[in-house]
Write a protein that binds this ligand. Structure first.
Ligand code: S3P
Length: 433
């Protein structure tokens, strides 16, 4: 929390031209983690230098991985699957759930001692969901409040961990990825079932490294691997982050007279739920120039303005748009009619309780439009808009969504605006331009 306030003014004209967005946050984390397990140097292009990914980078350095950054690309030189070394001090995951959960999986099987800490928000987020299955695999992981929260310590594994069959109670790419990383080191196979498919970047990147995965419907089986079986790529190209692109897609859709092109956006089908929903609401979004690199699909996204109408969607699609609900709620506010989002309880355990923060803060800009109950968010579009002070509560996606809301409405003063650094350090600069 800072005393800083960012004033965003109403935008009067349509938005035209090309926008370059930063690298994908999820893929940036995974690119550094998996490259650290290879024996050959790997160049990473378009790595996101947001605070979350820098947390992962610093943790991997503390585990003795050599990472050079020439300001453009990263060069990661690992020492193989068993080359990580005991860190000399506590690892800090900052605000990043992905850093913490994925590294708990990676370190569960190591023969050394690690302790993790994180910021105030991360210290309130549920970690039992990853500690429980890792413990079933034989890992010795302990956390505050009986294994629920940070700080968390992993004791040196006294024997090899073993594979399990695990049915995840909620879809979560972070938990799934932690188990896949642990599964690389287990005795026997690990099989994971998810209620609905979450983002599959870990699976795709593991496959690009030669890991044998069997994917069937909502289940994945991973076989343990040896250094000899790893065929690391020389380069990983990180696509633009579709979650970051979504702020501009919504802005251009609603601002009359807009016509924009966003180049090199990742369009992995497990991430494009918000595009499907916006199209169902009437948006004009075209994907062109589709290509594949490092196992991921890229496209240029062309958006022109459109009149939106309300819609309903629920738990089945939530994992495919989990991070986009704050900005979709803004789109819904400017649409005709009502939008009902159900099965969204996972939003209560993100960087903030996003359903509650959306209702509290967005209602300051459009009074009476937002309501949350249990796992549902309801938005009545087209109500009267006003200028107001709103807090991001330190949540990057809330800060950026409030900025777009203000730009489309009557302006906004954002309290605690600098948290955009977590996933999109240049956000205000791009908005200003
Ligand atoms: C992420 C997975 C999602 C998402 C988060 C990043 C990842 O969380 O909300 O911002 O990189 O694996 P879940 O664990 O709920 O899928």
């Amino acid at each position: 929390m800072t005393d800083e306030i960012k004033t965003i003014k109403k935008i009067e004209r349509g938005m035209t031209g090309e926008i370059k967005i930063p690298g994908d946050k999820s893929i940036s984390h995974r690119s550094v983690i998996l490259s650290s397990l290879a024996t050959t140097p790997i160049e990473i292009k378009n790595f996101l230098r947001g605070a979350d990914c820098l947390s992962t980078l610093e943790c991997m350095r503390a585990l003795s991985v050599q990472i050079e950054d020439d300001g453009k690309n990263l060069l990661v030189t690992g020492h193989g699957l068993h080359g990580l070394k005991e860190p000399e001090s506590i690892l800090d995951a900052g605000n990043s759930g992905t850093t913490l959960r994925l590294l708990l999986g990676l370190l569960a099987s190591q023969r050394f001692f690690t302790t993790f800490t994180g910021d105030k928000s991360l210290s309130k987020r549920p970690m039992g969901r990853v500690i429980r299955p890792l413990s079933k695999m034989g890992a010795r992981i302990y956390g505050r409040a009986g294994g629920k929260y940070l700080p968390i310590t992993i004791l040196p594994a006294s024997k090899k961990i073993h594979g399990i069959a695990y049915e995840m109670p909620v879809s979560s790419a972070q938990v799934k990825s932690a188990l896949l990383l642990a599964g690389l080191y287990s005795v026997g196979n690990t099989t994971i079932f998810e209620p609905y498919p979450s983002r599959d970047h870990t699976e795709r990147m593991m496959e690009a490294f030669g890991v044998d995965l069997e994917r069937r419907g909502n289940s994945i089986t991973i076989q343990p691997i040896t250094d000899e079986q790893i065929h690391a790529p020389e380069t990983i190209e990180v696509p633009g982050d579709i979650s970051s692109a979504m702020y501009w897609i919504v802005l251009a859709t609603i601002l009359e007279g807009s016509d924009i092109l966003i180049r090199d956006v990742g369009i992995n089908p497990t991430r494009t739920g918000a595009i499907d929903i916006l199209k169902a609401m009437g948006a004009n979004i075209d994907l062109t120039n589709i290509r594949t690199s490092s196992g991921e699909q890229f496209a240029d996204v062309h958006v022109t303005s459109a009149k939106l109408h309300g819609t309903s969607f629920g738990e089945e699609i939530i994992p495919r748009l989990i991070d986009e609900i704050p900005i979709l709620a803004v789109a819904a506010a400017f649409a005709d009619g009502e939008t009902v989002i159900t099965g969204a309880s996972e939003l209560r355990v993100k960087e903030t309780d996003r359903l509650s923060v959306i209702t509290t803060e967005y209602n300051r800009l459009m009074p009476g439009a937002f309501k949350d109950t249990d796992s549902t968010l309801t938005i009545i579009g087209g109500r009267k808009i006003k200028m107001n002070h709103c807090s991001s509560h330190g949540d990057h996606r809330i800060a950026m969504s409030l900025a777009i809301f203000g730009a489309l409405g009557e302006g906004v003063d954002i309290v605690d605006p600098s948290c955009v650094d977590i996933s999109y350090p240049e956000f205000y600069e791009t908005l200003g331009s």
